[in-house]
Design a protein around this ligand. Structure first.
Ligand code: MG
Ligand code: MG
Length: 284
């Protein structure tokens, strides 16, 4: 992987990606708002889909991977509950229960530009401190990765920061977290999944140079057990092999001359990056 195979955007194109990111940020807020015991994961899907449609955007998840008679992914969000890590399929018969852990992953396309973002939330109250810590550890790992994404830095700086943050949280929380590999972030722009792959483990100073105009999705996923995964027979849902619960969070970011901007955060990442002493660039 070299820098030359990574799509570079002009500032105007990054601003167009920001517009898509803001639609998605609002859609995910709407999805989060309906999460409650007794609500189906399809209800959450529909709340997200309504905001995307109202904004004149389209879903990049719906029919993802379609080929021939295979319609591809059947929904607007991935709804991954408890031991499901990513790519869970929402359903009208999948009712959320108190104490469940739900990851909502969604994306949209506006004027040809893609956005991709995910949150993990508790349904009602968290059943244990471990679950609170799990989501917090996943979120801080994502922000640590974003904070490490600097113009003239390396992609490995981001991967290392995520991995290091998970290890630090594990020590601080007195737990073992499984850091899922094999799935991870990616370049994003005129398609959802573009070069480069953004691993959640890596070495500082390695990998492609980060250049202004690059856009990346940063998305750690960690478990309360071991990191091993398996895919279910539906061909989509990825679960933990040991049945432990998992969290997954994601933002799409842009590298600019002046620093990083979080395209899918309402505040461009100001709150999440403050703990790292970083003020994000505004593209608004
Ligand atoms: Mg995603
Ligand atoms: Mg993604």
């Amino acid at each position: 992987m070299t820098e030359s195979s990574i799509q570079l955007k002009t500032r105007g194109e990054l601003q167009a990606m920001r517009a898509a990111g803001l639609v998605l940020a609002r859609a995910i807020v709407a999805g989060r708002a309906v999460v409650a015991p007794g609500v189906s994961t399809m209800d959450v899907n529909d709340a997200v889909a309504a905001v995307i449609a109202d904004a004149g955007a389209t879903s990049n998840f719906l029919h993802y991977g379609a080929r021939g008679s295979d319609p591809g992914f059947p929904a607007t969000i991935c709804a991954s509950v408890n031991s499901e890590i990513v790519h869970g399929i929402p359903s009208t018969s999948s009712m959320l229960a108190p104490g469940d852990l739900l990851s909502i992953d969604a994306g949209c396309i506006l004027d040809g530009w893609h956005a991709d973002s995910a949150v993990s939330v508790h349904v009602g109250q968290a059943p244990s401190m471990a679950e609170v810590d799990l989501i917090a550890a996943c979120e801080v790992a994502m922000w640590a990765g974003i904070a490490a994404a600097r113009p003239d830095g390396r992609l490995g700086d981001v991967s290392w920061a995520i991995q290091n943050s998970v290890e630090q949280s594990a020590r601080g929380d007195g737990r073992r977290y499984g850091s899922v590999s094999g799935y991870g972030g990616h370049g994003i722009g005129t398609a959802m999944h573009m070069a480069p792959f953004v691993p959640n483990q890596g070495k500082r100073g390695k990998g492609p140079r980060l250049i202004p105009g690059m856009a990346l999705a940063v998305e750690p996923m960690i478990t309360l057990g071991r990191p091993a995964t398996k895919e279910l027979g539906d061909g989509w849902t990825v679960v933990t092999r040991d049945g432990s619960r998992a969290a997954h969070v994601e933002h799409s970011i842009a590298i600019t001359e002046d620093g990083v901007s979080v395209l899918t955060a309402m505040d461009a990442g100001a709150a999440g990056l403050a703990q790292f002493g970083i003020i994000p660039v505004s593209l608004d």
